[in-house]
Write a protein that binds this ligand. Structure first.
Ligand SMILES: *[C@@H]1O[C@H](CO)[C@@H](O)[C@H](O)[C@H]1NC(C)=O
Ligand SMILES: *[C@@H]1O[C@H](CO)[C@@H](O)[C@H](O)[C@H]1NC(C)=O
Ligand SMILES: *[C@@H]1O[C@H](CO)[C@@H](O)[C@H](O)[C@H]1NC(C)=O
Ligand SMILES: *[C@@H]1O[C@H](CO)[C@@H](O)[C@H](O)[C@H]1NC(C)=O
Ligand SMILES: *[C@@H]1O[C@H](CO)[C@@H](O)[C@H](O)[C@H]1NC(C)=O
Ligand SMILES: *[C@@H]1O[C@H](CO)[C@@H](O)[C@H](O)[C@H]1NC(C)=O
Ligand SMILES: *[C@@H]1O[C@H](CO)[C@@H](O)[C@H](O)[C@H]1NC(C)=O
Ligand SMILES: CC(=O)N[C@H]1CO[C@H](CO)[C@@H](O)[C@@H]1O
Ligand SMILES: [Ca+2]
Ligand SMILES: [Ca+2]
Length: 410
Protein backbone atom coordinates (compact mmCIF):
# COMPACT_ATOMS: atom_id res chain seq x y z
CA UNK A 1 0.00 0.00 0.00
CA UNK A 2 1.47 3.40 -0.87
CA UNK A 3 1.46 6.41 1.45
CA UNK A 4 -1.22 8.29 -0.47
CA UNK A 5 -3.53 5.35 -0.09
CA UNK A 6 -2.80 5.07 3.63
CA UNK A 7 -3.71 8.71 4.03
CA UNK A 8 -7.00 8.29 2.22
CA UNK A 9 -7.92 5.27 4.30
CA UNK A 10 -7.24 7.15 7.54
CA UNK A 11 -8.78 10.41 6.43
CA UNK A 12 -11.97 8.46 5.75
CA UNK A 13 -11.82 6.69 9.11
CA UNK A 14 -11.44 9.99 10.99
CA UNK A 15 -13.66 12.30 8.98
CA UNK A 16 -15.40 13.62 12.10
CA UNK A 17 -16.08 17.32 12.61
CA UNK A 18 -15.77 17.24 16.35
CA UNK A 19 -12.22 16.02 16.83
CA UNK A 20 -10.52 17.27 19.99
CA UNK A 21 -8.03 20.08 19.33
CA UNK A 22 -4.96 17.90 19.80
CA UNK A 23 -5.96 15.75 16.82
CA UNK A 24 -6.11 18.69 14.43
CA UNK A 25 -3.07 20.83 15.33
CA UNK A 26 0.65 20.61 14.55
CA UNK A 27 2.82 20.56 17.69
CA UNK A 28 6.14 22.41 17.78
CA UNK A 29 8.67 21.35 20.42
CA UNK A 30 10.72 24.17 21.94
CA UNK A 31 13.89 23.56 23.91
CA UNK A 32 13.71 26.88 25.79
CA UNK A 33 17.39 27.16 26.65
CA UNK A 34 18.24 27.39 22.96
CA UNK A 35 15.24 28.94 21.25
CA UNK A 36 15.74 32.70 21.66
CA UNK A 37 17.72 34.74 24.15
CA UNK A 38 15.97 38.07 24.81
CA UNK A 39 18.43 39.65 27.27
CA UNK A 40 21.81 38.66 25.83
CA UNK A 41 22.98 36.52 28.73
CA UNK A 42 23.53 33.65 26.33
CA UNK A 43 20.59 31.58 27.55
CA UNK A 44 17.27 31.25 25.77
CA UNK A 45 14.30 32.41 27.83
CA UNK A 46 10.50 32.73 27.98
CA UNK A 47 10.55 36.34 26.78
CA UNK A 48 12.44 35.10 23.72
CA UNK A 49 9.57 32.72 22.96
CA UNK A 50 6.95 35.43 23.59
CA UNK A 51 8.78 37.73 21.17
CA UNK A 52 8.52 35.08 18.48
CA UNK A 53 4.95 33.86 18.82
CA UNK A 54 4.13 35.64 15.55
CA UNK A 55 6.89 33.68 13.87
CA UNK A 56 5.45 30.45 15.28
CA UNK A 57 1.97 31.43 14.13
CA UNK A 58 3.32 32.07 10.63
CA UNK A 59 4.50 28.45 10.51
CA UNK A 60 0.92 27.27 10.95
CA UNK A 61 1.50 25.43 14.20
CA UNK A 62 -1.35 25.19 16.70
CA UNK A 63 0.39 23.97 19.83
CA UNK A 64 3.73 24.15 21.59
CA UNK A 65 5.37 21.41 23.62
CA UNK A 66 7.70 23.27 25.93
CA UNK A 67 10.66 21.25 27.23
CA UNK A 68 11.11 21.73 31.01
CA UNK A 69 11.19 25.29 32.34
CA UNK A 70 10.90 24.38 36.03
CA UNK A 71 13.47 25.33 38.64
CA UNK A 72 16.32 22.84 38.26
CA UNK A 73 20.02 22.46 39.14
CA UNK A 74 20.42 21.45 35.46
CA UNK A 75 22.14 18.11 36.15
CA UNK A 76 19.95 16.90 33.25
CA UNK A 77 18.95 20.32 31.85
CA UNK A 78 15.54 20.61 33.44
CA UNK A 79 14.74 16.90 33.60
CA UNK A 80 15.83 17.12 37.25
CA UNK A 81 13.24 19.38 38.85
CA UNK A 82 13.81 21.12 42.19
CA UNK A 83 10.48 23.03 42.21
CA UNK A 84 7.58 21.99 39.98
CA UNK A 85 5.67 25.20 40.65
CA UNK A 86 8.38 27.67 39.73
CA UNK A 87 10.30 28.79 36.67
CA UNK A 88 14.03 28.29 36.26
CA UNK A 89 15.43 31.80 36.93
CA UNK A 90 17.56 31.58 33.78
CA UNK A 91 14.34 31.47 31.74
CA UNK A 92 12.31 34.10 33.61
CA UNK A 93 9.65 34.00 36.31
CA UNK A 94 5.90 33.44 36.68
CA UNK A 95 5.28 36.90 35.22
CA UNK A 96 7.16 36.05 32.05
CA UNK A 97 5.19 32.80 31.91
CA UNK A 98 1.88 34.67 32.21
CA UNK A 99 2.98 37.07 29.45
CA UNK A 100 3.77 34.11 27.22
CA UNK A 101 0.36 32.55 27.92
CA UNK A 102 -1.41 35.84 27.11
CA UNK A 103 0.40 36.12 23.78
CA UNK A 104 -0.32 32.47 22.95
CA UNK A 105 -4.00 32.86 23.83
CA UNK A 106 -4.17 35.93 21.55
CA UNK A 107 -2.79 33.86 18.72
CA UNK A 108 -4.85 30.77 19.60
CA UNK A 109 -1.79 28.60 20.12
CA UNK A 110 -2.04 25.99 22.87
CA UNK A 111 0.77 24.98 25.16
CA UNK A 112 1.60 21.67 26.77
CA UNK A 113 4.23 21.47 29.48
CA UNK A 114 6.86 18.82 29.89
CA UNK A 115 5.97 16.93 33.05
CA UNK A 116 8.52 14.80 34.84
CA UNK A 117 6.68 12.48 37.22
CA UNK A 118 9.17 9.64 37.68
CA UNK A 119 11.85 11.45 39.64
CA UNK A 120 12.88 14.80 41.08
CA UNK A 121 16.25 16.45 41.48
CA UNK A 122 18.27 15.30 44.49
CA UNK A 123 18.08 18.99 45.44
CA UNK A 124 14.27 19.00 45.62
CA UNK A 125 13.08 19.89 49.16
CA UNK A 126 11.08 16.63 49.21
CA UNK A 127 14.29 14.63 48.79
CA UNK A 128 16.25 16.71 51.30
CA UNK A 129 13.49 16.09 53.82
CA UNK A 130 13.13 12.43 52.90
CA UNK A 131 16.86 11.96 53.45
CA UNK A 132 16.67 13.12 57.05
CA UNK A 133 13.28 11.45 57.64
CA UNK A 134 11.35 14.65 58.20
CA UNK A 135 7.90 13.52 59.35
CA UNK A 136 5.54 13.13 56.37
CA UNK A 137 8.33 12.87 53.78
CA UNK A 138 9.96 9.57 54.84
CA UNK A 139 8.20 7.63 52.08
CA UNK A 140 8.32 10.11 49.20
CA UNK A 141 11.15 8.14 47.56
CA UNK A 142 12.12 4.47 47.23
CA UNK A 143 14.29 3.70 50.26
CA UNK A 144 15.55 0.21 51.13
CA UNK A 145 18.02 -1.24 53.62
CA UNK A 146 21.29 -2.77 52.44
CA UNK A 147 21.44 -6.58 52.45
CA UNK A 148 23.75 -8.63 54.70
CA UNK A 149 26.89 -7.54 56.54
CA UNK A 150 28.25 -5.90 53.39
CA UNK A 151 25.07 -3.88 53.00
CA UNK A 152 24.75 -4.83 49.34
CA UNK A 153 22.10 -3.23 47.13
CA UNK A 154 18.63 -4.69 47.76
CA UNK A 155 18.20 -6.01 44.18
CA UNK A 156 20.22 -6.48 40.98
CA UNK A 157 18.40 -3.60 39.24
CA UNK A 158 20.62 -1.46 37.00
CA UNK A 159 20.37 2.07 35.71
CA UNK A 160 18.68 2.70 32.37
CA UNK A 161 21.24 2.81 29.51
CA UNK A 162 23.88 1.32 31.82
CA UNK A 163 26.61 -0.36 29.80
CA UNK A 164 28.60 -1.61 32.79
CA UNK A 165 25.95 -2.93 35.15
CA UNK A 166 25.91 0.20 37.34
CA UNK A 167 23.40 -0.32 40.08
CA UNK A 168 20.19 1.71 40.16
CA UNK A 169 20.61 1.87 43.93
CA UNK A 170 22.60 4.67 45.53
CA UNK A 171 23.81 4.42 49.12
CA UNK A 172 22.86 7.40 51.28
CA UNK A 173 25.05 7.79 54.35
CA UNK A 174 22.69 10.27 55.97
CA UNK A 175 19.73 7.90 55.99
CA UNK A 176 21.80 4.72 56.17
CA UNK A 177 19.75 3.26 53.31
CA UNK A 178 19.76 2.93 49.54
CA UNK A 179 17.52 4.99 47.25
CA UNK A 180 16.43 3.90 43.79
CA UNK A 181 17.15 5.94 40.63
CA UNK A 182 16.48 4.48 37.18
CA UNK A 183 18.35 7.45 35.64
CA UNK A 184 21.28 9.23 37.30
CA UNK A 185 21.85 9.31 41.08
CA UNK A 186 20.93 13.01 40.91
CA UNK A 187 17.41 11.92 39.82
CA UNK A 188 15.90 9.84 42.68
CA UNK A 189 12.65 8.03 41.76
CA UNK A 190 9.46 9.06 43.52
CA UNK A 191 7.45 6.47 45.47
CA UNK A 192 4.05 6.13 43.79
CA UNK A 193 2.95 3.53 46.35
CA UNK A 194 2.64 6.57 48.58
CA UNK A 195 -0.74 8.22 47.89
CA UNK A 196 0.68 11.57 49.04
CA UNK A 197 3.13 11.57 46.12
CA UNK A 198 0.32 11.07 43.60
CA UNK A 199 -1.68 13.89 45.22
CA UNK A 200 1.35 16.21 45.10
CA UNK A 201 1.82 15.52 41.40
CA UNK A 202 -1.87 16.02 40.62
CA UNK A 203 -1.49 19.34 42.43
CA UNK A 204 1.37 20.23 40.10
CA UNK A 205 -0.90 19.57 37.11
CA UNK A 206 -3.66 21.70 38.65
CA UNK A 207 -1.22 24.54 39.21
CA UNK A 208 -0.28 24.74 35.52
CA UNK A 209 -3.77 24.01 34.19
CA UNK A 210 -4.99 27.02 36.16
CA UNK A 211 -2.31 29.04 34.39
CA UNK A 212 -4.01 28.03 31.15
CA UNK A 213 -1.86 25.19 29.80
CA UNK A 214 -3.68 22.55 27.76
CA UNK A 215 -1.91 19.39 28.80
CA UNK A 216 1.38 17.68 29.38
CA UNK A 217 4.06 15.67 27.67
CA UNK A 218 4.93 13.12 30.33
CA UNK A 219 8.55 12.09 30.56
CA UNK A 220 9.79 8.53 30.89
CA UNK A 221 6.47 6.96 31.90
CA UNK A 222 7.38 3.24 31.54
CA UNK A 223 9.63 3.63 34.59
CA UNK A 224 6.99 5.15 36.85
CA UNK A 225 6.16 2.40 39.35
CA UNK A 226 8.37 -0.44 40.59
CA UNK A 227 6.92 -3.57 42.16
CA UNK A 228 7.99 -6.61 44.19
CA UNK A 229 11.63 -5.52 44.77
CA UNK A 230 13.05 -8.86 43.62
CA UNK A 231 16.02 -9.57 41.36
CA UNK A 232 15.22 -9.34 37.66
CA UNK A 233 16.02 -12.31 35.41
CA UNK A 234 19.00 -12.16 33.10
CA UNK A 235 18.10 -12.68 29.45
CA UNK A 236 21.68 -12.36 28.14
CA UNK A 237 25.10 -12.30 29.76
CA UNK A 238 26.42 -8.74 29.30
CA UNK A 239 26.12 -6.60 32.42
CA UNK A 240 23.99 -4.04 30.57
CA UNK A 241 20.52 -2.65 31.13
CA UNK A 242 19.09 -4.54 28.15
CA UNK A 243 20.24 -7.91 29.54
CA UNK A 244 17.74 -7.88 32.37
CA UNK A 245 14.06 -8.68 31.88
CA UNK A 246 12.55 -5.59 33.52
CA UNK A 247 9.55 -7.35 35.01
CA UNK A 248 9.48 -5.23 38.16
CA UNK A 249 10.78 -1.87 36.91
CA UNK A 250 9.32 -1.20 33.44
CA UNK A 251 5.78 -1.15 31.96
CA UNK A 252 4.31 -2.58 35.18
CA UNK A 253 0.57 -2.94 35.77
CA UNK A 254 0.95 -0.50 38.67
CA UNK A 255 2.38 2.09 36.27
CA UNK A 256 -0.74 1.83 34.12
CA UNK A 257 -2.92 2.19 37.20
CA UNK A 258 -1.16 5.42 38.23
CA UNK A 259 -1.28 6.83 34.69
CA UNK A 260 -5.00 6.13 34.62
CA UNK A 261 -5.34 8.13 37.83
CA UNK A 262 -3.66 11.07 36.09
CA UNK A 263 -5.92 10.69 33.05
CA UNK A 264 -9.02 10.58 35.22
CA UNK A 265 -7.81 13.62 37.09
CA UNK A 266 -7.73 15.55 33.81
CA UNK A 267 -11.28 14.46 32.91
CA UNK A 268 -12.76 17.02 35.28
CA UNK A 269 -11.23 19.85 33.26
CA UNK A 270 -13.49 18.86 30.38
CA UNK A 271 -16.50 20.09 32.37
CA UNK A 272 -14.88 23.52 32.38
CA UNK A 273 -14.22 23.25 28.63
CA UNK A 274 -10.50 23.25 29.33
CA UNK A 275 -9.80 20.30 27.08
CA UNK A 276 -6.51 18.65 27.89
CA UNK A 277 -4.23 16.02 26.51
CA UNK A 278 -1.43 13.82 27.76
CA UNK A 279 1.35 12.72 25.43
CA UNK A 280 3.45 9.98 26.92
CA UNK A 281 7.11 9.28 26.31
CA UNK A 282 6.94 5.49 26.32
CA UNK A 283 9.89 3.84 24.62
CA UNK A 284 8.68 0.26 24.78
CA UNK A 285 7.92 -2.55 22.34
CA UNK A 286 4.71 -2.16 20.33
CA UNK A 287 2.70 -4.68 22.39
CA UNK A 288 3.47 -2.56 25.47
CA UNK A 289 3.02 0.82 23.75
CA UNK A 290 -0.64 0.20 22.92
CA UNK A 291 -1.41 -0.23 26.62
CA UNK A 292 -0.52 3.43 27.18
CA UNK A 293 -3.53 4.71 25.23
CA UNK A 294 -6.24 6.21 27.45
CA UNK A 295 -8.83 8.99 27.19
CA UNK A 296 -7.10 11.93 25.45
CA UNK A 297 -3.80 10.19 26.14
CA UNK A 298 -1.44 8.94 23.45
CA UNK A 299 2.05 7.42 23.56
CA UNK A 300 4.72 8.92 21.30
CA UNK A 301 5.53 7.01 18.14
CA UNK A 302 9.32 6.63 17.89
CA UNK A 303 9.20 4.51 14.72
CA UNK A 304 10.64 7.16 12.36
CA UNK A 305 13.56 7.86 14.69
CA UNK A 306 15.40 4.66 13.78
CA UNK A 307 15.54 5.53 10.07
CA UNK A 308 18.81 6.79 8.61
CA UNK A 309 20.22 8.31 5.44
CA UNK A 310 20.68 4.89 3.88
CA UNK A 311 17.25 3.56 4.88
CA UNK A 312 15.41 2.39 1.79
CA UNK A 313 11.91 3.49 0.85
CA UNK A 314 10.85 0.01 1.88
CA UNK A 315 12.19 0.57 5.39
CA UNK A 316 10.19 3.80 5.64
CA UNK A 317 7.06 1.93 4.63
CA UNK A 318 7.82 -0.85 7.12
CA UNK A 319 8.23 1.57 10.02
CA UNK A 320 5.04 3.42 9.12
CA UNK A 321 3.06 0.23 8.57
CA UNK A 322 4.34 -1.42 11.73
CA UNK A 323 3.03 1.50 13.78
CA UNK A 324 -0.33 1.69 12.02
CA UNK A 325 -0.83 -2.09 12.13
CA UNK A 326 0.38 -2.18 15.73
CA UNK A 327 -1.92 0.45 17.19
CA UNK A 328 -4.92 -0.69 15.12
CA UNK A 329 -7.17 1.85 13.53
CA UNK A 330 -9.30 3.18 16.36
CA UNK A 331 -6.24 4.55 18.14
CA UNK A 332 -4.87 7.96 17.17
CA UNK A 333 -1.35 8.06 15.67
CA UNK A 334 1.39 10.67 15.89
CA UNK A 335 4.56 11.23 13.85
CA UNK A 336 7.90 12.96 14.31
CA UNK A 337 11.45 12.68 13.04
CA UNK A 338 13.39 14.47 15.77
CA UNK A 339 13.48 15.53 19.42
CA UNK A 340 15.89 16.72 22.11
CA UNK A 341 17.29 13.23 22.74
CA UNK A 342 18.61 12.28 19.31
CA UNK A 343 20.47 13.45 16.24
CA UNK A 344 18.55 16.02 14.25
CA UNK A 345 16.68 14.75 11.19
CA UNK A 346 18.74 16.96 8.85
CA UNK A 347 21.90 15.28 10.23
CA UNK A 348 20.52 11.75 10.19
CA UNK A 349 19.35 12.12 6.61
CA UNK A 350 20.60 14.06 3.63
CA UNK A 351 19.64 17.69 4.20
CA UNK A 352 17.83 17.73 0.85
CA UNK A 353 15.37 15.22 2.26
CA UNK A 354 14.15 17.64 4.94
CA UNK A 355 11.16 18.95 3.02
CA UNK A 356 10.12 15.41 2.18
CA UNK A 357 10.42 14.34 5.83
CA UNK A 358 8.41 17.32 7.00
CA UNK A 359 5.76 16.44 4.45
CA UNK A 360 5.65 12.81 5.55
CA UNK A 361 4.86 13.74 9.16
CA UNK A 362 2.24 16.27 8.05
CA UNK A 363 0.49 13.94 5.62
CA UNK A 364 0.38 10.72 7.59
CA UNK A 365 -2.83 10.14 9.56
CA UNK A 366 -2.39 11.42 13.10
CA UNK A 367 -0.84 14.37 14.90
CA UNK A 368 2.54 15.71 13.71
CA UNK A 369 5.21 16.92 16.14
CA UNK A 370 8.11 18.99 14.85
CA UNK A 371 11.31 19.88 16.74
CA UNK A 372 12.43 23.53 16.69
CA UNK A 373 14.68 24.17 13.70
CA UNK A 374 13.36 21.34 11.54
CA UNK A 375 11.48 23.96 9.52
CA UNK A 376 14.88 25.40 8.43
CA UNK A 377 16.66 22.01 8.21
CA UNK A 378 18.90 22.76 11.18
CA UNK A 379 21.68 20.20 11.66
CA UNK A 380 23.48 19.02 14.78
CA UNK A 381 26.39 21.22 15.84
CA UNK A 382 29.64 19.63 17.02
CA UNK A 383 30.34 20.78 20.59
CA UNK A 384 33.69 20.36 22.24
CA UNK A 385 32.82 20.72 25.89
CA UNK A 386 29.78 18.50 26.28
CA UNK A 387 30.16 14.81 27.00
CA UNK A 388 26.38 14.42 26.64
CA UNK A 389 26.07 13.89 22.87
CA UNK A 390 22.39 14.86 22.99
CA UNK A 391 23.52 18.50 23.35
CA UNK A 392 24.46 18.54 19.64
CA UNK A 393 20.78 18.68 18.75
CA UNK A 394 19.97 21.30 21.38
CA UNK A 395 22.00 24.20 19.98
CA UNK A 396 20.65 27.74 19.44
CA UNK A 397 17.98 28.25 16.82
CA UNK A 398 19.64 29.76 13.77
CA UNK A 399 17.78 33.05 13.50
CA UNK A 400 20.34 34.58 11.14
CA UNK A 401 23.89 34.29 9.82
CA UNK A 402 25.64 36.37 12.48
CA UNK A 403 28.05 34.72 14.97
CA UNK A 404 26.32 32.18 17.21
CA UNK A 405 23.33 32.24 14.83
CA UNK A 406 22.04 35.44 16.35
CA UNK A 407 22.52 34.03 19.84
CA UNK A 408 25.42 33.97 22.23
CA UNK A 409 26.61 30.64 23.66
CA UNK A 410 24.57 27.54 24.60
C1 LIG B 1 15.95 18.05 57.31
O1 LIG B 1 16.21 18.69 56.06
C2 LIG B 1 15.40 19.82 55.80
C3 LIG B 1 15.69 20.27 54.38
O2 LIG B 1 17.07 20.44 54.19
C4 LIG B 1 15.66 20.88 56.86
O3 LIG B 1 14.83 21.99 56.60
C5 LIG B 1 15.37 20.31 58.21
O4 LIG B 1 15.72 21.25 59.21
C6 LIG B 1 16.15 19.03 58.45
N1 LIG B 1 15.69 18.42 59.71
C7 LIG B 1 16.53 17.88 60.56
C8 LIG B 1 15.90 17.29 61.80
O5 LIG B 1 17.73 17.85 60.38
C1 LIG C 1 6.36 3.89 49.69
O1 LIG C 1 5.24 4.41 50.35
C2 LIG C 1 4.42 3.42 50.95
C3 LIG C 1 3.19 4.11 51.51
O2 LIG C 1 3.53 5.22 52.28
C4 LIG C 1 5.22 2.68 52.02
O3 LIG C 1 4.42 1.66 52.57
C5 LIG C 1 6.47 2.08 51.38
O4 LIG C 1 7.28 1.49 52.36
C6 LIG C 1 7.27 3.18 50.69
N1 LIG C 1 8.51 2.69 50.13
C7 LIG C 1 8.64 1.79 49.16
C8 LIG C 1 9.98 1.39 48.77
O5 LIG C 1 7.67 1.30 48.59
C1 LIG D 1 -9.38 26.90 32.65
O1 LIG D 1 -8.46 27.78 32.01
C2 LIG D 1 -8.60 29.13 32.40
C3 LIG D 1 -7.56 29.94 31.65
O2 LIG D 1 -7.57 29.61 30.30
C4 LIG D 1 -8.38 29.29 33.89
O3 LIG D 1 -8.64 30.62 34.27
C5 LIG D 1 -9.31 28.36 34.66
O4 LIG D 1 -8.97 28.39 36.02
C6 LIG D 1 -9.15 26.93 34.16
N1 LIG D 1 -10.05 26.03 34.84
C7 LIG D 1 -9.62 25.15 35.72
C8 LIG D 1 -10.65 24.24 36.32
O5 LIG D 1 -8.45 25.03 36.02
C1 LIG E 1 10.22 -11.58 30.91
O1 LIG E 1 9.39 -11.93 31.99
C2 LIG E 1 8.03 -12.11 31.67
C3 LIG E 1 7.26 -12.44 32.92
O2 LIG E 1 7.66 -11.69 33.97
C4 LIG E 1 7.87 -13.22 30.66
O3 LIG E 1 6.51 -13.33 30.28
C5 LIG E 1 8.72 -12.95 29.46
O4 LIG E 1 8.67 -14.03 28.57
C6 LIG E 1 10.17 -12.69 29.85
N1 LIG E 1 10.93 -12.27 28.68
C7 LIG E 1 12.06 -12.88 28.32
C8 LIG E 1 12.73 -12.34 27.10
O5 LIG E 1 12.52 -13.82 28.93
C1 LIG F 1 -13.64 9.45 27.94
O1 LIG F 1 -14.03 10.62 27.25
C2 LIG F 1 -15.38 10.62 26.82
C3 LIG F 1 -15.61 11.84 25.96
O2 LIG F 1 -15.24 13.01 26.62
C4 LIG F 1 -16.27 10.59 28.05
O3 LIG F 1 -17.62 10.56 27.67
C5 LIG F 1 -15.97 9.34 28.88
O4 LIG F 1 -16.68 9.35 30.08
C6 LIG F 1 -14.47 9.27 29.19
N1 LIG F 1 -14.16 7.98 29.78
C7 LIG F 1 -13.62 7.85 30.96
C8 LIG F 1 -13.34 6.46 31.42
O5 LIG F 1 -13.32 8.80 31.66
C1 LIG G 1 23.49 2.23 7.09
O1 LIG G 1 24.59 2.93 7.59
C2 LIG G 1 24.98 2.53 8.88
C3 LIG G 1 26.14 3.41 9.30
O2 LIG G 1 25.77 4.74 9.21
C4 LIG G 1 25.38 1.07 8.90
O3 LIG G 1 25.66 0.67 10.22
C5 LIG G 1 24.21 0.23 8.37
O4 LIG G 1 24.63 -1.12 8.26
C6 LIG G 1 23.79 0.74 7.01
N1 LIG G 1 22.60 0.00 6.60
C7 LIG G 1 22.39 -0.40 5.37
C8 LIG G 1 21.10 -1.11 5.10
O5 LIG G 1 23.20 -0.21 4.47
C1 LIG H 1 36.28 23.86 27.22
O1 LIG H 1 36.89 23.25 28.33
C2 LIG H 1 38.28 23.56 28.46
C3 LIG H 1 38.85 22.71 29.59
O2 LIG H 1 37.96 22.63 30.66
C4 LIG H 1 38.43 25.08 28.71
O3 LIG H 1 39.80 25.40 28.82
C5 LIG H 1 37.80 25.83 27.55
O4 LIG H 1 37.81 27.22 27.84
C6 LIG H 1 36.37 25.39 27.32
N1 LIG H 1 35.87 25.99 26.10
C7 LIG H 1 34.69 26.60 26.03
C8 LIG H 1 34.30 27.13 24.69
O5 LIG H 1 33.92 26.71 26.97
C1 LIG I 1 14.15 7.72 26.27
C2 LIG I 1 14.00 8.37 27.59
O1 LIG I 1 13.51 7.75 28.49
N1 LIG I 1 14.35 9.67 27.69
C3 LIG I 1 14.26 10.52 28.84
C4 LIG I 1 14.19 9.76 30.09
O2 LIG I 1 14.18 10.59 31.18
C5 LIG I 1 15.38 11.26 31.32
C6 LIG I 1 15.35 11.94 32.64
O3 LIG I 1 14.15 12.65 32.77
C7 LIG I 1 15.54 12.22 30.16
O4 LIG I 1 16.80 12.83 30.23
C8 LIG I 1 15.39 11.52 28.85
O5 LIG I 1 15.15 12.48 27.88
CA1 LIG J 1 18.41 35.03 28.33
CA1 LIG K 1 10.03 4.98 38.96
Amino acid sequence: MNLGLLFLVFAAAYAADDLPWWKTEVFYQIYPRSFKDSNKDGIGDLQGITDNVDYLKSLGIGAIWLSPIYASPNADYGYDVSDYKNINKEYGDMDSFKKLMTKLNDKKIKLIMDFIPNHTSEKHPWFLQSKNRTAGYEDYYIWKDGVGVKKSPPTNWVKQLSMDGSSAWQWCEERNQYYYHVFSPSQPDLNYSNPKVLEEMKGVMDFWLHEGVSGFRMDAVPYLVETDFKDENKICSDPIYDCLNHTYTKDTESTHAILHEFTQHLEKYKEDNNLTTLVLEATSPMDQIVKYYDNDTIPFNFNLMGLKENSSAGEFVNQIKSWIDGVTDERWSNWFTGNHDSQRAASRFDRDLTDALNMIIMLLPGTPFTYYGEEIAMKDVELKNFTDIRMKSRTPFQWDGTPHAGELAL
